[in-house]
Design a protein around this ligand. Sequence first.
Ligand code: GLN
Length: 208
Amino acid sequence: MTTGPRIGVLALQGDVAEHLRHLEVAGAEAVPVRRRAELDAVDGLVLPGGESTAMSRLLGVYELDGPLAARIADGMPVYGSCAGMILLASDVLDTRADARWFSAIDMTVRRNAFGRQVDSFETDLVVEAFGPDPLRTVFIRAPWVESVGGDVEVLATVTASDGDDHVVAVRQGNALATSFHPEITDDVRVHRYFVDMVCRSRALLATS
Ligand code: GLN
């Protein structure tokens, strides 16, 4: 019997249970990660939606920030939704002076970018990487990606109330990030895509 990859969800704060459930449906063995030993035992990690500044502080309290930075540098597949996207950026605008992030993706992210009058909204987006059918995307005090480096693949954009298109889903190598929250819809395609990224990375490790 083949088992799915073991994928962790950083479980310090935020919508942890929702990601665990979607990962299981998508074929992974999903486990919460709060300790160094738990982080060491996963093939990939989801950084959930929630509050990036709180998560950043708790990563320090739980002494996970150094080990997480090391695993990301080592190529562990990571997926960040919303607050998790902020944690994966190489630069963050409009955050707290003491916040930290992990530079998994060469991108500048603006926190709470969609503005106060539309703190939360939903829309259908066709995101080719996740399949031809429109994806229900939910944005909650979401960031957008202000700029990306040359190695970053833009997967989706959305037109905001300022009339401009803004990048809301990206991938660079083994790192995936979305401004929206697929974990709070019934659609598991984004999680399937990530499980597939982790499987491929495991297969490469097995042959190297
Ligand atoms: N605004 C939050 C932050 O800065 C992100 C919101 C979310 O994850 N839904 O972390």
